[in-house]
Unconditional design. Structure first.
Length: 267
């Protein structure tokens, strides 16, 4: 399927590893100019080098996108290099605290809102003037299965991801008259470095090695997936390409699950 992404300018947050990196690599393979951002410059550079080494076009700009001043500086640098932005992928997000409701403090709730909602609010606000210069502006929010189908685990994460999905819908309504399509994607369990902390907890609790703990986690989570395996970052990246392509011209304001069939609701 022809994606028509050659030369498109794509900004991906949280792009040095995990799902964001896979999204950045996928767009670069389609010939897009990709701007990758995350905090640690060395890891970011490794991701950029990987793309450029494979013949792709990518730049890395380090920023903590929970900080308004850093988002401002990030977009000033982007604007020096590009006259328009075609695609913004708001990918960063974090569980923040791997604890139960009783243990999560007010500060951690605020941090969760900052990482999972405010970072995307600021990124979108800063990107909008350049997105409006595009003839096919697209915005994607990476939510979570927990937004629509929470379990009792990590209420602070699920609630803020639900806010993000709701924000995506509002912005799709606001930006539709300007021809900018906005959608959210809700991944199910996907092994990335973000699982390391949870694996460490399992290793302590079960007195097993980190590797064994990782295997236990994957097995436990895969057992709940109708398609019988956990996801890969590339499973999400493929959908981002489609949503950025002309094949998705009439798709906006929707939330799409990439979860091997875990979402139970029929509609
Ligand atoms: N993995 C899953 O099972 C899963 C399931 C559902 C939804 N999701 C969602 O998918 C998204 C990506 O998850 P992931 O597992 O790929 O995450 P990850 O492996 O933890 O990667 C996070 C990325 O974001 C960057 N980052 C973190 N905080 C940042 C900040 N304040 N400013 C700028 N960059 C920041 C990290 O680099 P630095 O640390 O260097 O900044 C890294 O590049 C998240 O929104 C997550 O909630 C993941």
């Amino acid at each position: 399927m022809e994606m028509d992404l050659e030369g498109r300018v794509v900004v991906v947050s949280g792009a040095s590893e995990g799902i964001g990196r896979s999204i950045a690599e996928a767009f670069a393979r389609e010939g897009a100019h990709v701007v990758l951002t995350s905090r640690r410059a060395n890891r970011l550079q490794t991701a950029v080098d990987g793309i450029v080494g494979a013949g792709g076009k990518a730049v890395g700009i380090a920023a903590d996108v929970t900080q308004a001043s850093e988002v401002g500086a990030l977009f000033r640098q982007i604007e020096e290099q590009f006259e328009r932005i075609d695609v913004l992928v708001n990918n960063i997000g974090s569980v923040v605290a791997f604890d139960g409701f009783d243990q999560v403090s007010d500060d951690q709730w605020h941090e969760s809102y900052d990482v999972n909602v405010m970072s995307s609010v600021r990124m979108l606000r800063a990107a909008l003037p350049r997105l409006r210069q595009s003839d096919r502006g697209r915005v994607m929010f990476i939510g979570s299965l927990g937004a629509k189908q929470p379990t009792g685990v990590w209420p602070h994460y699920n609630a803020t991801k639900a806010a993000m999905v709701n924000l995506s819908k509002s912005m799709s309504m606001q930006l539709a008259p300007e021809g900018i399509n906005v959608n959210s994607i809700s991944p199910g369990p996907i092994w990335t470095e973000s699982w390391d902390r949870e694996a460490n907890q399992v290793a302590d609790r079960e007195s097993v090695s980190l590797e064994e703990a990782g295997e236990l986690l994957v097995k436990k989570k895969a057992a709940k997936v109708p398609l019988g395996r956990i996801g890969t970052p590339a499973d999400v990246a493929g959908l981002c390409l489609f949503l950025a392509s002309p094949h998705a011209n009439w798709i906006t304001g929707t939330n799409i699950a990439v979860d091997g069939g875990m979402q139970r609701a029929a509609v």
